[in-house]
Design a protein around this ligand. Structure first.
Ligand code: PLP
Length: 387
């Protein structure tokens, strides 16, 4: 059997795959099994921060791999300690818990919020407000946190204690906070799976005000928008406030599985021995790769990310067949006249890989995509949208 037949025979059918088998690549170019090259604007859904087989990242990973690949969290090891230091220094957070995925990073954030609230405000204060149209993961608890019913069906009952607020209606948030004791509000600075929608400023202002008044923790889910993708190190940094907890994954590892839950001053000591853990969390190889990723996300580099973003917005805003463009940095949603799925398929035919988010075409290019490749791919997207 070839790869496609093996996949269809033996892999649980949770994904409808595109008809492409990737076999190789370099940077923002990927090659399929027929030898066809594509410009990749999906980066494994915001994972390959510096594209495929980036040399600096590869060196960091392989150097660690040659020393030791895993030690367990029963021992000290330098890569995760150094990565935690850099994350704290760059964000002002105080402590980090490492895991392996976005859902796990969010699980940890939720556990910390519940424990903090129970200890400070009593066991009745366990509810967490998340946003309608949000996406926080696929475990039973992070599904409950996800404010989209379509993901809930078939898996009920989910974890109790989540309430959903409409990001376009700050008054609703206030009403919920008045009605229930609330432990935390969890948000994405840009809703990714929800259609690449930046959080409205008015909602952020209300959320920050309520958090101060009622000691409600703010949890930024930076799994997709974090690690430089928005043009700042973390997406919340566009809004001028600091959350109490920041969860991240995807681009942090640059292609290897790594989740991190960063804890601010208020919650830095909530987790104690025995309260949480992960066998693979903080894996030295993943952390060595992540350290090289974060260290390259300098202000100068992030300014280039923003400049590339401006270029994309300028080119696509008002282009024929494009209804609107949304997002921040290199996390962009395009509302097209043609169905998004058709645009994705036609772009693929012409050698550009893009994905969808709800009814939109979504672009998540490597942060270091060369300008000539970015220009060529945007030309193709414009061509496809216009036809
Ligand atoms: C904002 C956000 N949170 C959480 C997740 C879940 O991450 P993972 O698939 O690594 O568990 C995702 C994945 O798309 C996401 O976009």
């Amino acid at each position: 059997m070839n790869t496609r037949e093996l996949d269809r025979t033996y892999i649980a059918h949770t994904y409808n795959r595109f008809p492409v088998e990737i076999v190789d690549g370099k940077g923002s170019i990927v090659i399929d099994d027929t030898g066809k090259a594509y410009i990749d604007l999906g980066t494994g859904i915001a994972v390959n921060t510096f594209g495929i087989a980036d040399e600096q990242w590869q060196q960091a990973v392989t150097a660690q791999m040659a020393k030791f690949q895993h030690v367990s969290n029963l021992y000290y090891s330098a890569p995760c300690a150094k990565l935690a230091q850099v994350l704290c220094e760059r964000t002002g957070m105080k402590k980090v818990f490492f895991s392996n995925s976005g859902a796990e990073a969010n699980e940890c954030a939720i556990k910390v919020a519940r424990k903090y609230a129970a200890e400070k405000k009593g066991n009745e204060c366990y509810r967490i407000i998340t946003l309608k149209n949000s996406f926080h993961g696929r475990t039973i608890t992070t599904l409950a946190a996800t404010g989209q019913e379509v993901f809930h069906q078939d898996f009920l009952p989910l974890t109790d204690g989540f309430l959903y607020a409409d990001p376009s209606d700050p008054d609703e948030l206030t009403r919920i906070v008045e009605e229930y004791p609330i432990a935390a509000i969890m948000f994405e600075a840009v809703q990714g799976e929800g259609g690449v929608l930046p959080l409205p400023t008015e909602f952020v202002e209300t959320m920050v005000k309520l958090s101060k008044e009622k000691d409600i923790l703010l949890i930024a889910d930076e799994v997709q928008v974090g690690n430089g993708r928005s043009g700042k190190l973390y997406g919340y940094m566009h809004y001028g406030f600091t959350p109490d907890i920041v969860s991240t994954a995807k681009g942090l590892g640059g292609g290897l599985p790594l989740g991190a839950t960063m804890l601010g001053e208020k919650v830095k000591d909530v987790l104690v021995p025995g309260s949480h853990g992960s066998t693979f969390g903080g894996n030295p190889v993943c952390c060595a790769g992540a350290l090289s990723v974060i260290n390259r996300l300098t202000d100068e580099f992030l300014a280039e990310v923003s400049a590339k973003s401006d270029y994309i917005f300028e080119e696509l805003n008002g282009a024929v067949g494009v209804k609107s463009v949304s997002g921040l940095g290199l996390m962009i949603g395009i509302e097209t006249e043609k169905p998004a799925g058709q645009v994705v398929a036609e772009c693929r035919e012409k050698g550009v890989l893009v994905i969808t988010a709800k009814q939109k075409v979504r672009l998540l290019p490597a942060l270091n995509i060369p300008m000539d490749q970015l220009k060529a791919s945007i030309e193709i997207i414009k061509e496809v949208c216009a036809l």
